[in-house]
Write a protein that binds this ligand. Structure first.
Ligand code: ATP
Ligand code: MG
Length: 763
């Protein structure tokens, strides 16, 4: 039963209420610190627009930074306006939003509807090929240019909305900005010229393969929405979360979607941490120019963290002298002082973390469980030591934003076949699929395919099919033989797809045709876990099917614009296979894990990926010079803000740890405490303690927070603990679990099962 409008408005403070009720016609910026309820306000505002202003849910566009954030918002919104209406709100990341519309209106921007989204790995391979002709030239000048470097330079150009032609023009400027691209001894002009040429060739190659890379989704989205207005005629209000991290292209996109000029954004300049990916905090000021009479509302009360955590976090970020000071206070009690501990080396540090987590879970009487802990790392490579320490103590953990599920070898093998069935022009998939299982087709033969495809102006798959059908006579018979099973497999899958076979069933058939389990056994030492991933892919596909049928059958999910008079050119049919492939390309780590799974696991994540989320206990290891701030940073203040983001994820307990010695590239190096922390302790030593928290105190703190008052006596503490033990630990989570957001609630739900993944959101 959804709450009434009045009841959910009553859970907001006056400033939040003002923001929620603010006139929808007047552009609004909500600027506030972490945990002040920005995301909550954004969600409530959506509900208010629907309930009080009678906007159709499908006329609202809500943009989040990650899929995970979209999941959370969807969940919060469902509580306010119910499942049906929530499902109609167009909610997702900029990328997902663009992908969906580009599918439908592909022709309007010169694409085929069956375009494939190409991942970073495929992009890199493509660039490596395109760089080959420059190899001798570079070597002659004693220069190196890595494909990763080139890709990131191209990506930056796209984030700024620069086409290859624009890039060529801006060569000199971009060179000045890209000081830290990892180039060695390269003459800037030479490099820029080469990158410009590769960029151009890369774009042509992508188009020839009928594919887009991730950045292209946005670039083409802008193109679509600015040139073909009916594609956005449905939009009456746009809301953007984490606005401080939008780049120029995303900003342009937002502007293009906001046809009605009705817009609400929330953001926090102190949490801008994506400058390295071309995010522009200046977009906040830009918006005020582009959207006349934009109103600003500030929120000042933090509902997430204890007083001590908030004070320490603010002391960290306040060291940035250029920062605009703002007010942020909490009505929660001071709680336990954040812990700062030094260790001899990274193993001691990791072992402390594991033992401490275990101690808290074991002795808090069920008040805390594994899922309430997060270890936040400066970068992924630090996770190995932590993971093995947790494992040693028997603590279940999961890595958020680690090696992405859909980037795993076995998953990519299988997807490459399906991609080829859906989009025969997608050459990157051909190169991969033809080698799975190994058919003895060598580099030379592959190069032959590539050049023939070029010459004949057809795709590489088509070349293979022609060879197989004997239509290219000057090819050696062994090649033809080697291709036999491959071409047959593709043909069988194609026929099955045409008959409407589901993606899950297609994968099952593909496994048989390739004898894939045996192939894994023969080629991969860790084949068992890989085989498990394959099973997981089938599960993902099965659950996706339910959502897909929703999209195809639900009239609200129809993209064709009801309000628009214009004739709209729409691609004929969305196939289940295509939707499945899209979902897998846009999915990120964690999407394939169920909520129940995560509650029983300690999360290991990068600080970046933890943005917008909250946990009861946050542990940040390796706060050392060179690690945090990272030695290769261009922007020390962005590193400081990143630590601030990490610390402000904590509700009740915060630990920072560092090692005096850490191995880097196999070599042990001496390490100093991070300047971000030493500056704070110098100024005010009482902001940290080296004592681990006193458990009875923590227990009382948690209970006070849940009850909204301190426990009456010891007996109540015991009673409450017993209750926790009973209710939170073994209970299957209920939909209503996260209703009580005011509490430091260990049952706070953070994830939805993949079946409800909003990748398949309602269009
Ligand atoms: P971040 O900057 O980290 O993204 P945020 O400003 O988006 O933070 P939210 O995630 O919306 O903050 O809110 C933080 C926590 O505070 C959530 O658990 C939310 O439910 C709670 N909260 C926000 N406003 C209120 C309120 N008025 N009463 C009770 N709890 C609130
Ligand atoms: Mg938020």
């Amino acid at each position: 039963q959804a709450p009434t409008l009045a009841s959910f408005l009553s859970s907001l403070n006056p400033a939040q209420l003002q923001a929620v009720k603010h006139d929808p016609q007047v552009p609004l910026q909500i600027l506030a610190g972490p945990g002040s309820g920005k995301t909550k306000v954004l969600t409530s505002r959506i509900a208010h627009l629907i309930l009080a202003h009678s906007l159709p849910p499908s006329s609202i566009c809500a943009v989040t930074f990650t899929n995970k954030a979209a999941n959370e918002m969807r969940e919060r919104l469902t509580k306010l306006i119910g499942e049906e209406r929530t499902s109609q709100v167009r909610m997702g990341t900029f990328h997902a939003l663009c992908a969906m519309f580009l599918r439908k209106y592909s022709r309007m921007v010169g694409l085929e509807g069956n375009f494939t989204v190409c991942d970073a790995d495929e992009s890199k391979k493509l660039i490596a090929t395109l760089l080959k002709p420059y190899k001798d030239y570079l070597a002659g000048k004693d220069m190196t240019l890595k494909e990763g470097t080139v890709l990131s330079m191209i990506s930056k150009a796209k984030a700024k909305g620069q086409s290859p032609a624009d890039y060529r023009e801006h060569i000199h400027e971009s060179n000045k900005k890209d000081k830290k691209t990892g180039l060695s001894q390269a003459e800037p002009d030479d490099v820029s010229r080469i990158v410009a040429e590769v960029y151009d060739a890369y774009e042509r190659a992508l188009r020839k393969s009928n594919s887009l890379d991730f950045d292209d989704l946005l670039v083409f989205g802008v193109k679509l929405f600015t040139t073909h207005r009916p594609a956005v005629a449905w939009c009456k209000h746009v809301l953007v979360d984490e606005f401080q991290d939008t780049n120029t292209t995303q900003y342009d996109l937002m502007q293009a979607i906001a046809v009605a000029k009705c817009i609400t954004i929330v953001g926090d300049p102190d949490q801008s941490i994506y400058g390295w990916r071309s995010a522009e905090v200046a977009n906040l000021a830009k918006m005020q120019k582009d959207f006349a009479s934009t109103k600003q509302i500030f929120l000042e009360e933090n509902y997430r963290s204890t007083g001590a955590i908030l004070n320490t976090s603010i002391a960290i970020v306040a060291q940035d002298k250029a920062r605009i000071q703002k007010t942020l206070h909490t009505s929660h009690p001071a709680g336990t002082t954040p812990v700062l501990r030094a260790f001899e080396n990274e193993y001691e540090e990791a072992s402390f973390i594991a033992v401490e987590i275990k101690r808290l879970v074991a002795s808090m009487g069920g008040v805390l469980r594994w899922g309430d802990f997060v270890v936040l790392l400066r970068f992924n490579a630090l996770s190995r030591t932590i993971e093995s320490a947790l494992q040693k103590e028997g603590i279940p953990s999961r890595v958020l934003a680690g090696h992405k599920f859909f980037e795993r070898l076995e998953i990519k093998d299988l997807l490459s076949y399906l991609q080829l069935v859906d989009n025969p022009s997608f050459n990157p998939a051909f190169i991969r699929a033809v080698g799975v299982p190994s058919r003895g087709i060598g580099e030379k033969t592959l190069a032959e395919f590539v050049s023939r495809a070029e010459k004949m102006q057809i795709s590489q798959l088509q070349v293979a099919e022609k060879i197989h059908d004997g239509k290219i006579p000057d090819i050696k018979p062994p090649v033809k033989r080697k291709l036999d099973s491959f071409v047959k497999t593709i043909k069988i899958l194609r026929t099955l797809t045409e008959k409407g076979t589901s993606p899950a069933e297609l994968i099952r058939r593909l496994l048989e045709l390739l004898d894939y389990e045996n192939y894994l056994k023969k080629t991969q030492p860790d084949w068992e876990s890989r085989w498990e991933n394959v099973q997981e892919l089938i599960t993902f596909a099965t659950e996706a099917e339910v959502e897909v049928s929703d999209i195809i059958e639900n009239p609200h999910m129809n993209l064709i614009d009801v309000d628009s008079e214009d004739a709209v050119v729409v691609e004929p049919k969305e196939t289940p296979l295509r939707l499945f492939l899209q979902a897998s390309m846009l999915s990120s780590e964690g999407d394939n894990q169920t909520e129940e799974d995560n509650k029983e696991k300690v999360t290991i994540s990068t600080c970046h990926a933890a943005k917008g989320l909250e946990w009861s206990v946050v542990i940040v290891p390796s706060v050392e010079q060179g690690t945090f701030p990272f030695y290769r940073t261009d922007d020390i203040e962005e590193e400081r803000r990143l630590l601030y983001v990490a610390c402000t994820r904590a509700q009740g307990l915060l630990y920072l740890t560092h090692a005096e010695q850490r191995k880097f590239g196999g070599e042990a190096k001496k390490k100093d405490l991070s300047e971000f922390v030493s500056a704070v302790t110098k100024q005010n030593p009482s902001l940290f303690t080296n004592q681990t928290p006193n458990l009875p105190t923590v227990q009382r703190d948690v209970i006070s927070r849940v009850l909204g008052r301190p426990p009456a006596d010891e007996a109540e503490v015991r009673r409450r603990c017993a209750e926790f033990e009973r209710t939170t630990r073994r209970r299957v989570p209920q939909k209503s679990d996260s209703a009580n957001k005011n509490s430091w609630n260990p049952t706070f739900s953070r994830q939805r099962p993949i079946g409800t993944n909003p990748i398949f959101f309602p269009f």
